[in-house]
Write a protein that binds this ligand. Structure first.
Ligand code: PLP
Length: 398
C-alpha cells in the first residue's frame, strides 16, 4: 500500500543543514533573468556572442570521425592526462608556476571545488572567513556545511587584511578563508599586491587555508595581472578556477590547484560526488588551449566586456545623483554601487517593475548587510540598452 506523508512531514525529514534557505538566493537571480524584455544587469553570465559554436561543432565531428574513445568515456577522477597537461601549461603561462601532477585536478565547474573543499575541511560550527560582500555561491556552499561565517570587509584594494589580522589576534580561528582577489564578485575590486603578500603571511602564521577563487582573473582589461595568491604561497592556498567565463559554462569545467596532501583528499571527495568531470568538455578544452583558440576567444571577450564596462561607467557618470558611488573594475563582470537609500531589495523590485534587473547587495552578505548596495553586471546586457537601463535606474535612486 502506497503511503504519502502529509507535506509537513517532508520538512521534518529534510536534513537540518538544508533548512533556512541555503539555495534561494541564486534561484531568485535566475528568476529575475527570466522576465521577458528586461534590461538585465542581474546575472553574472557570459555573453553568448563569445561562445565558440562553430569550432565546438567541428571538434565534435573530429572526435567522432577519428574514433577517439576518451572524449566519450568516463575519465579518471583527477582528470584526463591531456587536459590536465594543457591546463597546467596554461596556469604556468599566466601565473609563472606550474602545478605538479599531484597538485592539480579538474572539477565540474569551480563551484564543485568549493563543495569538495567544504566536504573535506568543514564540520558544523567551523569558522570560515569571507570578505564582505562576497560570491553568493560560496556563502551557500559554506552554509551547506553548517559553517560559522565571519565577514571581514573589503575596500577598493580588496580584503582589509589589517582588519583580518586584528580579528586573528583577538582569537578568531578560521579553518578556511575564502577570497576572490581579482575583479571580485560582486564588488569589482582587486586585492593589492601588498595585501596579497600580507594575507599569505597570516595564513602561514595562524595555520589556516586560503581558498583563492580566480573565476575572473583572466578577464583583465589591460592593466596586467597581479601575482596570484597560489603563486605566492602554494603551500597554504587552494586555487579554484573555472572555464565558465572564458570558454563556455555549458561544459561545467573548472580546476583546483592545491598542496598535494589536500589535492588527494579533494580527489577522494570527488569520487563520491560525481566521480569525474565530463570527458567531452575536458577534451574540448584541451584542444582549444593547444590550438591557440582559447587565447583568440579571450582577446575577443575582453574587448567586448571592456567596451560594455566603459559604456556602463560612462552612463553612471552621466545620470547618477552625486551621492551615489560605484567601483571601477579593472576586469571581470561587475561594478558595486553604494546608495543613500538603504532598501536595496525594495529598489530591486521597483527596478524590475520599471524593466531593469539588478541584484540587491544584501544577497552578498550572510548577515543582512548590503542594504545600501546594488550589484550591476555588464557582461550579459545588450550594449545598446545600457544607457537606457542605467538612466531608468538613476530615476529610481534619485
Ligand atoms: C566568484 C565566482 N566563483 C565561482 C563561480 C562558479 O563558476 P562555475 O561556473 O565554474 O561553477 C562564479 C560564477 O558565477 C563566480 O562568480
Amino acid at each position: 500500500m502506497a503511503v504519502t506523508p502529509a507535506p509537513r512531514a517532508w520538512e521534518e525529514l529534510f536534513a537540518a543543514r538544508t533548512r533556512g534557505g541555503v539555495g534561494e538566493g541564486i534561484a531568485e537571480i535566475l528568476g529575475l533573468l527570466e522576465v521577458p524584455g528586461l534590461i538585465s544587469f542581474a546575472g553574472g553570465f557570459p555573453d553568448p556572442r563569445t561562445f565558440p559554436r562553430e569550432r565546438a561543432s567541428q571538434l565534435l565531428a573530429e572526435f567522432a570521425a577519428s574514433g577517439e574513445a576518451s572524449a566519450f568515456q568516463y575519465a579518471p577522477t583527477r582528470g584526463l592526462a591531456g587536459p590536465l597537461d594543457a591546463l597546467a601549461g596554461r596556469i604556468e603561462a599566466t601565473q609563472e608556476r606550474r602545478p605538479a601532477d599531484d597538485e592539480l585536478m579538474i572539477t565540474s565547474g569551480s563551484i564543485e571545488a568549493l563543495e569538495l573543499t567544504g566536504k573535506t575541511f568543514l564540520d558544523a560550527g567551523d569558522v570560515v572567513v569571507v570578505e564582505g560582500p562576497t560570491y553568493l555561491g560560496a556563502l551557500m556552499a559554506f552554509r551547506g556545511f553548517a559553517a560559522e561565517i565571519a565577514v571581514v570587509p573589503l575596500d577598493d584594494d580588496g580584503l582589509q587584511v589589517d582588519e583580518l589580522e586584528r580579528r586573528l589576534a583577538s582569537g578568531v580561528r578560521p579553518k578556511l578563508l575564502y577570497t576572490i582577489p581579482d575583479h571580485q564578485n560582486p564588488a569589482g575590486v582587486s586585492m593589492s599586491t601588498e595585501r596579497r603578500e600580507a594575507l599569505v603571511g597570516l595564513a602561514r602564521h595562524y595555520g589556516f587555508v586560503i581558498f583563492e577563487d580566480v573565476a575572473y582573473r583572466e578577464l583583465e582589461f589591460g592593466d596586467g595581472s597581479l601575482p596570484s595568491l597560489w603563486s605566492l604561497a602554494p603551500d597554504v592556498v587552494i586555487q579554484a578556477g573555472t572555464t565558465s567565463k572564458t570558454f563556455f559554462p555549458g561544459v561545467r569545467l573548472g580546476w583546483a590547484a592545491s598542496p598535494a596532501p589536500i589535492s588527494s583528499r579533494l580527489v577522494s571527495a570527488k569520487q563520491n560526488t560525481d566521480q569525474c568531470a565530463g570527458a567531452l568538455g575536458q577534451r574540448f578544452f584541451e584542444e582549444y588551449v593547444r590550438r591557440g583558440y582559447l587565447d583568440e576567444q579571450l582577446a575577443a571577450s575582453k574587448a567586448l566586456y571592456r567596451d560594455k564596462r566603459d559604456r556602463m561607467l560612462a552612463a553612471l557618470e552621466r545620470t547618477m545623483p552625486p551621492d551615489v558611488r560605484w567601483t571601477t573594475p579593472r576586469g571581470g563582470f561587475f561594478s558595486w554601487l553604494t546608495l543613500q537609500r538603504g532598501d536595496a531589495p525594495a529598489l530591486a523590485a521597483e527596478a524590475v517593475a520599471a524593466g531593469v534587473g539588478i541584484v540587491p547587495g544584501s544577497l552578498f552578505y550572510p548577515d543582512g548587510r548590503g542594504g545600501d548596495n546594488v550589484r550591476l553586471s555588464f557582461s550579459l546586457v545588450d550594449e545598446t540598452q545600457i544607457d537606457a537601463g542605467i538612466a531608468t535606474l538613476a530615476t529610481l535612486v534619485s
